[in-house]
Design a protein around this ligand. Structure first.
Ligand code: FCB
Length: 465
């Protein structure tokens, strides 16, 4: 196969990134690993959900996915070929604890030990997400995130993973996108566990945040030397007009998508308008004394996933409580628009309104219906444009003074895109699911040349010299 070649340089950035800036790529366990019944792994809510008729487009499941569980070594070689200095992946809770609690499955834990060692051997910094949506089914069977005990089970699990990998992992993330776990999983029902109930969703949200806080406390108590953070998917929300009802609708959308997560974690309180918004749905009786202190346990860095920017207007069907999103002029296959300025806006917002913690873009990317052309190439020019413009936007925020210390495109390779199955491709490497061949797309070539230009791997070679 042709080696990765710098194409014509498309962006000449004079920006210099701080030393040690993390240039990475991101994945998650259920989306890539496959091997769902191997080496003692227990089922997760995504195994159950993806096998439910009608839950996932075309009935796709993560049973085999990218077969990364068996191909991890050659996949790590591709990361070297790409030229990243860091890699974000997640640990599958039910590989480590097949029933979510109780005896440790050493074979499952060992897989991640080998993965971490394999990364370090290749001079790639591991960033571990402890929970990327794959709750052990056994815990769902006793209430899942609606059950407060799940937060304690998560803390125990976090401690087990940390005691096994802590000496080698410099970056930890407790949860990925609790918004999606809570609201897409328990209100919209489009994700596992497929529940549609608002009170359950808000309860789950609180228990997810509690799990995060307890997880942080466990890692601290265990003497974690790596940095500890969380990743939120944040949206940039503005009002579609100056009309007071549209401004109010935008404020509610911002509560729902952003402030319900940012405020408890970074300010130790739910937003003042949350109780009124959820009046008649829940009285927040699930919040116990001390919970918000736990949830706002100090962090070392903060992860931001960026996909969406919305203009909100009042929803005529529900003017007091709802909102409508102005449909994008040029929607992508995900139905959202490509708006790099939104990334700059949310980085600014977090830094200006919430925290001085270093920020890392832990995901951003675009889905396309990619295909391999007769020359065996994948010309994802839109994705190249997406990455270039989003790196530019993040760099502008950094040059404005935002303490940005890393950038991880979603995704390293095509994978199981949840309810969309394998049809929506996000990768820099194309995965031919019939043969498991990986083919670098144009975006991989572009990112590789960008990484060379910014000297992504230089600090590492300097350390070695
Ligand atoms: C994010 C998820 C990630 C991936 C991207 C496209 O919401 O964290 O797993 O599915 O969207």
């Amino acid at each position: 196969r042709r080696p990765l070649n710098p194409r014509k340089k498309t962006m000449n950035s004079e920006n210099t990134y701080p030393p040690g800036f993390l240039w990475g790529a991101a994945t998650a366990a259920y989306q890539i690993e496959g091997a769902v019944a191997e080496d003692g792994r227990g089922p997760s809510i995504w195994d159950t959900f993806s096998h439910r008729a009608g839950a996932v487009l075309r009935g796709d499941t993560g049973d085999t996915a990218c077969d990364h569980y068996h191909r991890w070594e050659s996949d790590l070689d591709l990361l070297v070929e790409l030229g990243v200095n860091s890699y974000r992946f997640s640990v599958a809770w039910s590989r480590v604890l097949p029933t979510g609690a109780g005896p440790v499955n050493q074979a499952g834990l060992d897989f991640y030990g080998r993965l971490v060692d394999g990364l370090l051997e290749r001079d790639i910094v591991p960033m571990v997400t402890l929970y990327h949506w794959d709750l052990p089914q056994a815990l769902q069977d006793v209430g899942g995130w609606a059950n407060r005990d799940t937060a304690d089970r998560f803390a125990d699990y976090a401690g087990i993973v940390h005691r096994s990998l802590g000496d080698r992992v410099p970056y930890w993330l407790t949860l990925n996108e609790p918004y999606c776990s809570a609201f897409v999983g328990h209100l919209e029902g489009r994700h596992a566990p497929g529940i549609r109930d608002e009170a359950t969703a808000v309860t789950a949200l609180h228990h997810l945040l509690l799990a995060h806080g307890k997880g942080v406390q466990t890692l601290r108590a265990d003497g974690v030397t790596g940095q500890v953070g969380i990743t939120l998917n944040l949206t940039s929300v503005r009002a579609g007009s100056e009309a007071p009802e549209d401004v109010a609708a935008a404020r509610r959308l911002d509560l729902y998508e952003n402030r319900m997560f940012l405020d408890p974690i970074l300010r130790g309180e739910y937003p003042a308008d949350a109780r009124a918004f959820y009046d008649g749905v829940t009285g927040f009786e699930f919040v116990h004394d001390g919970d918000l202190e736990t949830i706002s346990a100090p962090l070392d860095y903060f992860g931001v996933n960026y996909y969406e920017r919305h203009a909100a207007v009042a929803d005529p069907r529900d003017p007091a409580r709802g909102w409508a999103k102005v449909p994008p002029a040029e929607p992508t296959i995900s139905g959202i628009s490509v708006e790099p300025v939104g990334l700059k806006e949310i980085l600014h917002r977090v830094a200006d309104e919430y925290t001085t913690l270093p920020l890392i873009v832990t995901e951003t990317g675009q889905a396309l219906f990619d295909y391999v052309d007769p020359e065996r190439e994948v010309n994802d020019a839109e994705r190249v444009h997406f990455y270039r413009s989003h790196i530019e936007a993040a760099t502008e925020a950094m040059n404005d003074g935002v303490d940005l210390v890393g950038f991880f495109p979603w995704s390293f390779m095509d994978n199981f895109e949840w309810a969309w199955g394998y049809g929506h491709r996000f990768g820099m490497y194309f995965v031919d699911y019939a043969t498991q061949e990986r083919i670098p797309k144009q975006s991989a070539h572009w990112y590789a040349s960008w990484l060379r230009e910014v000297g992504a791997r230089e600090p590492l070679s300097a350390l070695r010299a």
